[in-house]
Write a protein that binds this ligand. Structure first.
Ligand SMILES: Cc1ncc(C[n+]2csc(CCOP(=O)(O)OP(=O)(O)O)c2C)c(N)n1
Ligand SMILES: [Mg+2]
Length: 674
C-alpha cells in the first residue's frame, strides 16, 4: 500500500470509529440519536484532527478554538470526539451514554465533561451562543492584544442542523454576527433534508445559504462532498475570511451506510437496532461486530493528530510568557477574566443614598451603579435590545462595539431579545461579565437563553426594567404579570426586584459577585422613594428578605413586598398606626427561600398569622409566605393602559387599599385565635 492509501484507510477507520461508537452507544442506551453523528463524523474528524487549534491536555486554554455542537441531540458525535482525542471521557463513559450520573448526558451539558463549551439541545441556542463566544474573542483581542503579542487569536466552530436553522434565535444571532463581521466564526449547516416528522420539505424550503449571504456571511456549499480534503479546503477558505463569518453548507445523508435506515427520519432519534447495526458495520467493512470496538491504531492516530494542537499551545505559552513580561497587568487581567472572579474588593464603597435624596426610579439607580461598577469591573460589558434610552444600561464612558472595532463595552443587540440572551451567555462563557437589558415583559422573548444560563450555572446578568403596571400608559401588552413568577420558578436563577437606590446597588453587587448562576434584576420605570441607607442591610440581597421597619413589640401584622410595592407597604403601615406593624422588604425570594429556618422565622415569625404580601404581579408563589391566614395583594388579570397612579388606584395598590385588606387579615387572625 502506498503511504497515501494507507493514510486514507486509516482516516476511514477513524471516521468509521466515530460512527460505530455513536450507533453502539445509542443502541446500548436504547435511546438517543445515531444517524446525525454518523453523517457528521467526517466533519468532526477534520475539525478535531486538522482544523482546530486545541489541546486536550489543557481544555481551558484561553486561546483554544471553540467547538459548539448546536445540534445537541447529536451528542454522541461530541462524546466520541472527546474520548478519541483524549479529553478525559472514557470508553466506559460512552457505554454509560444517557445513564444517571454519567458525564455523557442525553445532550451535552456544560461542565459535565471537559471539552463541552456550552450546553446545547434546545435548537438554535448553540449557534446563537457561539455568536457570543466569537464576539467575545474579538472583544478580548481588542482589549488584550498588543503589537507583537497576539495572545487572543482563535476561531469558534459550530455544527448546526435543520432545526437550528429553523429556530428564530439562530436568525437573530446570525444576523448580528454578519452585521458585526465576526470573521472568526465558522458554522457548518448540516442540510440533510431530515427532521423528526420526515423530509424537511414538509416545512422548510428557503435557501439557507442565500439567507446567510444576505446577513453578510461568507457562504460555501460543498454539496454532498464530505471528503476530508473538500471539508478541509472549505474550512481553510472560511478561515481566510477575516471580516465575515462563514457558513459551510453540507448536504449529508443521515445514517450513511445503514442499508435500511439511511435518509430516514427514523435514524434521527431511535437506535438503529442490532440487525441494522450489523449490516451497517458490514457495509463499512468494519473489522468486528463487538460493540464499542476501537481498531488498533485509531486511538494512536487521534492522539498523534492532536499533538499539533498541543504544540500550538506550547508555543502560545511561550508567547504568553513574553506577553506577561511586557504587559504583566494585562496578562494577569486576562487570566482573571477567565476565572469569572471580579477584582478583589471591587464592591467596597458601594454607592448609597439616603431618604433625603428623594425619589429615584430603580432603573435610574441602576444606571448610576452601572457607571460605578464599570469603572471597577472591566469585564462588565453589555447592552440592550434597542431600549438603552429606557433601560438606562449604557456605560457612559465607553463606546459601542462595531464591525471592525471591538474595543467598546456597549453592545447594540438590535430588537433581538432571544439572540441577546444567548449572546450574553456566550460572552459570559468567555470571561466577560455580560449583561443584556430589555423590558421585563420581553423576558418571555429570551426565556430559552435565560434558562440555559441557569442550567449551566453561568453568571449572566439580565436587566429588566418597566417591571410592573407601574410603567403606565403603554398598557397591558407591556405590563408584566406572570414574568416574575416564571423567572422565580427557574432553578438557580436569582430574581432580584430592588425597592430603592440602595437595594439596587446591592443587587448589582450581588449579580457581579455571583459566579455560579445568573441574576435577573427587575427595575421600575417610575420613581420610588429612597430608603434610609441604614435601614437596608449590606446582605439584603444575599438574605433575600429583611425587616425594614419593625413594630414596638410583637407585631400584629406583617406587610411584605418587593420593589415599588415596598413603599406602598410602608405607607399602609403608617395608615395602620393603631396596630403593631412590621414591614419586610423581600428583594430576592429565591435567596430568602434558601435561608435557614431560623433566619426565615426571625423575619416572618410563625406566630404572626396576619400577613399581607404586596406585589403588582401574579400572586403565584406568594401564598407560601403569607400562609393560610394571609392576603396577597396582586394582579389577578392583565393590566390596563393609563397613568400609573390611576392604575395603582384601579388595581388596588394604594396604601389605603392595602391597609384595608391588612386590617381584614388582622381581624380574621384575631377571630381565628378567639
Ligand atoms: C427548541 C427545540 N425544539 C424542539 C426540539 C426537539 N427536536 C430535537 S431534534 C429536532 C429536529 C431534528 O431535525 P434536525 O435539526 O434537522 O436534526 P437531524 O434530524 O437532521 O439530526 C427537534 C424538533 C429541540 N431539541 N429544541
Ligand atoms: Mg436535519
Amino acid at each position: 500500500m502506498s503511504v497515501a492509501t494507507e493514510q486514507a484507510s486509516l482516516d476511514k477507520l477513524c471516521v468509521d470509529t466515530i460512527r460505530t461508537l455513536s450507533m453502539d452507544a445509542v443502541q446500548q442506551a436504547n435511546s438517543g440519536h445515531p444517524g446525525t453523528p454518523m453523517a457528521l463524523a467526517p466533519i468532526a474528524y477534520v475539525l478535531y484532527t486538522r482544523a482546530m487549534k486545541h489541546a486536550p491536555s489543557d481544555p481551558d486554554w484561553i486561546d483554544r478554538d471553540r467547538f459548539v455542537l448546536s445540534a445537541g441531540h447529536a451528542s454522541m458525535l461530541l462524546y466520541s470526539m472527546l474520548y478519541l482525542s483524549g479529553y478525559g471521557l472514557t470508553l466506559d463513559d460512552l457505554r454509560d451514554f444517557r445513564q444517571l450520573g454519567s458525564p455523557t448526558a442525553g445532550h451535552p451539558e456544560y461542565g459535565h465533561a471537559k471539552g463541552i463549551e456550552t450546553t446545547t439541545g434546545p435548537l438554535g441556542q448553540g449557534i446563537a451562543t457561539a455568536v457570543g463566544i466569537a464576539l467575545a474573542e474579538r472583544m478580548l483581542a481588542a482589549r488584550f492584544n498588543r503589537d507583537g503579542h497576539e495572545v487572543v487569536d482563535h476561531h469558534t466552530f459550530v455544527i448546526a442542523s435543520d432545526g437550528d436553522m429553523q429556530e428564530g434565535v439562530q436568525s437573530e444571532a446570525a444576523s448580528l454576527a454578519g452585521h458585526l463581521g465576526l470573521g472568526r466564526l465558522i458554522a457548518f449547516y448540516d442540510d440533510n433534508h431530515i427532521s423528526i416528522e420526515g423530509d424537511t420539505e414538509l416545512a422548510f424550503s428557503e435557501d439557507v445559504g442565500a439567507r446567510y449571504e444576505a446577513y453578510g456571511w461568507h457562504v460555501q456549499n460543498v454539496g454532498e462532498d464530505v471528503s476530508l480534503e473538500r471539508v478541509t479546503e472549505a474550512v481553510e477558505a472560511a478561515k481566510a475570511q477575516d471580516d465575515r463569518p462563514s457558513l459551510i453548507v453540507v448536504r449529508t445523508h443521515i445514517a450513511p451506510g445503514a442499508p435500511n435506515k439511511q435518509d430516514t427520519a427514523e435514524a434521527h432519534g431511535s437506535p438503529l437496532g442490532e440487525e441494522e447495526i450489523r449490516l451497517t458495520k458490514e457495509a463499512y467493512g468494519w473489522p468486528s461486530q463487538e460493540p464499542f470496538f476501537v481498531p488498533d491504531g485509531v486511538l494512536d492516530h487521534f492522539r498523534a493528530a492532536v499533538q499539533a494542537g498541543e504544540e500550538a499551545r506550547r508555543q502560545w505559552q511561550e508567547r504568553f510568557a513574553a506577553y506577561r513580561e511586557a504587559h504583566p497587568d494585562l496578562a494577569a487581567e486576562l487570566e482573571r477574566f477567565q476565572s469569572r472572579r471580579p477584582p478583589e474588593g471591587w464592591g467596597d464603597g458601594l454607592p448609597r443614598q439616603t431618604a433625603e435624596d428623594g425619589a429615584v426610579a430603580t432603573r435610574k439607580a441602576s444606571s448610576t451603579v452601572i457607571q460605578w461598577a464599570a469603572e471597577r469591573v472591566p469585564e462588565l460589558v453589555g447592552g440592550s435590545a434597542d431600549l438603552a434610552p429606557s433601560t438606562l444600561t449604557l456605560i457612559s464612558d465607553s463606546v459601542s462595539v462595531r464591525k471592525g472595532d471591538y474595543g467598546g463595552r456597549n453592545l447594540h443587540f438590535g430588537i433581538r431579545e432571544h439572540g441577546m440572551g444567548a449572546i450574553v451567555n456566550g460572552l459570559t462563557l468567555s470571561g466577560f461579565r455580560g449583561y443584556g437589558a430589555t423590558f421585563l415583559i420581553f423576558s418571555d422573548y429570551m426565556k430559552g437563553a435565560i434558562r440555559l444560563s441557569a442550567l449551566m450555572g453561568l453568571p449572566s446578568i439580565f436587566v429588566f426594567t418597566h417591571d410592573s403596571i407601574g410603567l403606565g400608559e403603554d398598557g397591558p401588552t407591556h405590563q408584566p404579570i406572570e414574568q416574575l413568577a416564571s423567572l422565580r420558578a427557574t432553578p438557580n436563577l436569582a430574581v432580584v426586584r430592588p425597592a430603592d437606590f440602595n437595594e439596587t446597588a446591592l443587587a448589582w453587587r450581588f449579580a457581579i459577585d455571583r459566579t455560579d448562576g445568573p441574576t435577573a434584576i427587575a427595575l421600575s420605570r417610575q420613581g420610588v422613594p429612597t430608603l434610609d441607607s441604614e435601614a437596608v442591610p449590606d446582605d439584603a440581597i444575599e438574605r433575600g428578605a429583611y425587616v425594614l421597619r419593625d413594630s414596638d413589640g410583637e407585631p400584629d401584622l406583617i406587610l411584605m413586598g418587593t420593589g415599588s410595592e415596598v413603599h406602598t407597604c410602608l405607607q399602609a403601615a403608617d395608615a395602620l398606626s393603631d396596630l403593631a406593624v412590621r414591614v419586610v422588604s423581600m428583594p430576592c425570594l429565591d435567596a430568602f427561600e434558601a435561608q435557614d429556618t431560623g433566619y426565615r422565622d426571625s423575619v416572618l415569625p410563625p406566630g404572626v398569622r396576619a400577613r399581607v404580601a404586596v406585589e403588582a404581579a401574579s400572586p403565584l408563589g406568594w401564598h407560601r409566605w403569607v400562609g393560610d391566614g394571609g392576603e396577597v395583594v396582586a394582579m389577578d388579570g392583565f393590566g390596563a393602559s393609563g397613568p400609573y397612579k390611576a392604575l395603582y388606584e384601579h388595581f388596588g395598590f394604594t396604601p389605603e387599599a392595602v391597609a384595608e385588606r391588612a386590617r381584614a387579615a388582622v381581624e380574621r387572625s384575631a377571630g381565628a385565635r378567639r
